[in-house]
Design a protein around this ligand. Structure first.
Ligand code: FES
Length: 154
């Protein structure tokens, strides 16, 4: 299921970690990078590959919000709605994004390009409100800034 390259990475990592259970986070990350999300099949595969209980893999994947438990659009827009961002209007940003992109929260837009999700603290509270699009951070957001960012994505 993993590419040859990812299987080699797993073997390399095995030498660096005390046991295969410690590889759960990087293995889940590899699955998400390879498939775009972490499916139940991926979690079962990782469980067998690392010879660790499925419940452990599932527990780790479900704890961390950065693992997508269902497919997402080409651009996964994750808006922090934790306290600092919420106080500075992040919920309005989510509503604006969903309306602008014609997509419901957590769903994929009809063109397959966008998913808008609410997430917990992105660790960028001092520059709230903040969001992440795929691997890139955007901070001190306003409705105007969001419109500009989105126009450059298309
Ligand atoms: S509360 Fe939004 S980045 Fe921390």
């Amino acid at each position: 299921m993993f590419t040859e390259e990812n299987l080699k990475k797993i073997e390399t990592l095995k030498a660096r970690y005390p046991n295969t259970k410690s590889l759960t986070l990087p293995a889940l990350w590899m699955a998400q990078e390879q498939f775009g999300w972490v499916s139940e099949a991926s979690m079962k595969y990782i469980s067998v590959l690392l010879n660790i209980p499925y419940n452990h893999v599932y527990g780790v994947a479900s704890f961390y919000t950065m693992y997508n438990k269902k497919p997402v659009g080409k651009f996964h827009i994750q808006v922090c709605t934790n306290i600092s961002c919420q106080l500075l209007g992040s919920e309005k940003l989510v509503v604006h994004l969903c309306k602008k992109l014609d997509v419901s929260k957590g769903e994929i837009s009809k063109d397959g390009n966008f998913t808008v999700s609410e997430v917990e603290c992105l660790g960028s509270c001092g520059t709230a409100p903040a969001m992440q699009i795929n691997d890139d951070y955007f901070e001190n957001l306003t409705l105007e800034k969001i419109d500009d960012i989105i126009s450059k994505l298309k």
